[in-house]
Design a protein around this ligand. Structure first.
Ligand SMILES: [Zn+2]
Length: 291
């Protein structure tokens, strides 16, 4: 008798769980909280029941330096460097896989218009505006006819290790590189009051527009740090999109201000091809272990 009673309790609890799941999936305003070491944010969509939100499968890759680390003993910085030969190999494999590279501005416009992507697409983004982007990445993007998005810290333009104003203008005019903002001086946006955070957003946009002579549309959060308030401020400052460092492949109509990004790291050859095919949602053809 006791066993039967236990079963009843278990079934009753399962029933409640199913009811709650159905209720949550039908509740459009439900939010879940994504927590990463750097950020905590409410996301108004749930992957397991996305309520018909418009979504596109669009891997956005995140790079920093392209080249070798001049100070390899500095291990935390080491992870920010992608050696040139590995980067070129990755570009060649993207090209070989017939993946269409678009800018983040194009992605934002597609999301805004709720269009579908034509074929497999990817966005290549580069944070901070280092001078090795101009010397190492830009020539390779041109060689492989792939587009890149460079998130520039505007107060650092022209300083040692960073691109110059004329390089930014040249790349913006090339049609190969979208120049986007990464604040005035790379603060942790969460630590700023709203007035100062808005200043970072508005002034960096205006400064960049003066430098390149074109409108600036997009933004990336330094360190990927933000809260709900900063998302509102990015919108208020007139940006089309902003990028986070949260991982993810599906970009939803409601995460235009915290686009998900993936880190390609130093994968190359078959390992990179396999990773790419997984990102693009293809059936894996090899059994290379993913890192
Ligand atoms: Zn940065």
């Amino acid at each position: 008798m006791k066993k039967i009673a236990n079963f009843r309790i278990v079934f009753f609890l399962i029933g409640i769980l199913i009811f709650v799941a159905v209720f949550l999936c039908s509740n459009f305003s439900l939010a879940k909280t994504i927590s990463t070491p750097s950020t905590k944010i409410k996301v108004e969509s749930l992957d397991f029941c996305d309520n018909g939100l418009f979504k596109i499968r669009l891997p956005i890759l995140m790079y920093h330096h392209i080249g070798s680390n001049p100070n390899p003993e500095n291990t935390p910085a080491e992870g920010l460097y992608t050696p040139i030969n590995i980067f070129e190999n990755q570009l060649a494999l993207i090209k070989e896989a017939n993946i269409n590279s678009i800018t983040v501005r194009e992605a934002g416009e597609i999301m805004l218009a709720k269009q579908d992507l034509s074929g497999k697409s990817i966005v290549l983004t580069f944070d901070d505006g280092y001078d090795d982007f101009y010397t190492n990445a830009y020539p390779l993007l041109k060689k492989y006819q792939l587009k890149g998005v460079l998130y520039v810290i505007t107060d650092f333009v022209g300083q040692p290790g960073y691109i110059t104003a004329s390089q930014a203008k040249e790349m913006a005019e090339s049609g190969v590189v979208e120049i986007a903002s990464h604040t005035l001086n790379h603060p942790d946006m969460k630590q700023l009051n709203s007035k100062d955070a808005l200043k970072q957003l508005v002034e960096s946009k205006a400064n960049l527009e003066k430098i390149i002579g074109q409108k600036v549309y997009d933004f990336a959060f330094p360190y990927g740090f933000f809260r709900h308030n900063e998302l509102q401020l990015v919108r208020k400052a007139g940006y089309l999109t902003s990028a986070s460092t949260l991982p993810g492949l599906l970009q939803y109509s409601n995460n235009r201000f915290y686009l998900f990004r993936e880190r390609p790291g130093r994968r190359e050859g078959q390992e990179f091809s396999h990773w790419l095919s997984v990102l693009e949602g293809e059936k894996a053809t090899t059994t290379v272990k993913l890192k």
